[in-house]
Design a protein around this ligand. Structure first.
Ligand SMILES: Nc1ncnc2c1ncn2[C@@H]1O[C@H](COP(=O)(O)OP(=O)(O)O)[C@@H](O)[C@H]1O
Ligand SMILES: CC(=O)OP(=O)(O)O
Ligand SMILES: [Mg+2]
Length: 405
């Protein structure tokens, strides 16, 4: 079975096509700048040079059509016919309290996702456009949705409630949901496998440090707490997001700077984090390069970024009354040895002893970067959200076929 995995953003669509028999990625790519003057489609097939096509792509339906054309292209394609795509799986960031697992798309599911637009205005409307675009181009093909929030639905009320009047929770579902659940789920299971211990016996702290970043306390295989909240703004300092701050800053800034609510929202989501403090970039590679060239603001940004992660690790070790392993994943977590060193440098009280040679190494496989004497293991485990989406979609579609047989 071939499954197309889609991660639709407001101006982009990322895709991966899987052959589920082998879980091999037949092709992957992305369409960027949808709705702008020159949109870019980048397409990649194993061991072949990337193909880039610039054209005008006004909406998601056209973007998906372009992707399907590329997948069946006589030179760059990997399929004879679009009928060779048997199912599509979508990443959906917000599933609210409605979805604690992946589901097949039907009219009711679409209605529920629409109801969640308010809670994830940057993400969910874009995902719906992706779903509608697939419907328009592949009307017969079953679609599944995999939620970033689903894995965190196991959090207890003491983790997910805000200390505000509970009527707001009852009326508007204002609570903490947590995100990157697919990734925290995947790397925690991989870590248990790597350690050769049942996940039901483990206390893990998983750190998904990418452009968006979050930590999670995984107690006996279930999410017990996580750093993102009602939206993906809470918690760690990120590329362009502020993470935790005193909510009083919002009305104060509105008054002092004569800004609108939308402008402050945009400041906190798009103009804060690494970008704001370093004044250099939201990209960790550029921040580290600037720091190494002596840029003091870049150094401060790097230290703040790591310090926040370290504080969450300390908090979650306390939350679970201990920790067996700390796991780094995603773009920064997997690739930046410097960041991992900075985070772990004062975790010796927990019994963490980094092995710098191991830390400096690289591998596509899970690995340990602590010494043999370290009481707590620190692991680097590459994440694969798309694979988990493909697997969930595969299971749901197999179930559908069994039911209709
Ligand atoms: N070698 C590296 N060193 C430091 N940071 C890196 C490296 N490679 C990638 N990154 C960081 O990873 C981030 C992207 O992470 P990723 O998980 O791909 O994010 P997303 O999926 O949210 O776009 C980039 O912003 C970049 O800063
Ligand atoms: C939920 C979230 O923050 O997603 P991303 O890391 O893709 O921005
Ligand atoms: Mg990501």
């Amino acid at each position: 079975m071939n499954i197309l995995v889609i991660n639709a953003g407001s101006s982009s669509v990322k895709y991966q096509l899987y052959d589920m028999k082998t879980e091999f990625v037949l092709a992957k790519g992305r369409v960027e700048r949808i709705g702008m003057d020159s949109s870019i489609l980048t397409h990649e097939v194993d061991h072949q040079p990337e193909v880039r096509e610039v054209s005008e792509i006004l909406d998601h339906t056209t973007a998906i059509k372009k992707v399907l054309d590329m997948l069946t292209h006589r030179k760059f394609g990997v399929l004879r016919n679009i009928a060779d795509i048997q199912a599509v799986g979508h990443r959906v960031v917000h599933g609210g309290e409605t979805f604690s697992r992946s589901v097949l798309v039907d009219a009711q599911v679409k209605l529920e996702i629409r109801k969640l637009f308010d809670l994830a205005p940057l993400h969910n409307p874009a995902h719906m456009m992706g779903i509608a675009a697939v419907e328009a181009n592949l009307p017969e093909v079953p679609q599944a949705v995999v939620f970033d929030t689903a894995f965190h639905q196991s959090m207890p009320a003491s983790s997910f409630l805000y200390a505000i009047p509970t009527v707001l929770y009852r009326k508007h579902q204002i609570r903490r949901y947590g995100f990157h659940g697919t990734s925290h789920d995947y790397v925690s299971k991989k870590s248990a496998e790597f350690l050769g211990r049942p996940i039901e016996t483990l206390k893990l702290i998983t750190c998904h440090i990418g452009n968006g970043a979050s930590c999670a306390a995984i107690l006996h295989g279930k999410s017990f707490d996580t750093s993102m909240g009602m939206t993906p703004l809470e918690g760690l300092m990120m590329g362009t997001r502020s993470g935790d701050l005193d909510p009083a800053i919002v009305p104060f800034t509105i008054n002092k700077e004569d800004l609108t609510l939308n402008e402050v929202n945009s400041m906190l989501n798009k103009h804060s984090g690494l970008l704001a403090i370093s004044g250099v970039s939201s990209d960790m590679r550029e921040v580290v390069d600037a720091m190494n060239e002596g840029n003091a603001n870049a150094k401060l940004a790097f230290e703040m970024y790591a310090y926040r992660i370290r504080k969450y690790i300390g908090a979650y070790a306390a939350a679970m009354d201990g920790v067996d392993a700390i796991v780094f994943t995603a773009g920064v977590g997997e690739n930046s040895a410097a960041l991992r060193t900075e985070v772990c440098k004062s975790l010796s009280f927990l019994g963490v002893h980094l092995d710098e040679t191991r830390n400096a190494g690289r591998s596509p496989e899970p690995r340990r970067i602590t010494t043999e004497q370290s009481r707590v293991d620190v692991l680097v485990v590459p994440t694969n959200e798309e694979l988990l989406i493909a697997r969930d979609t595969y299971e749901l579609v197999k179930g559908l076929e069994a039911n209709t047989r």
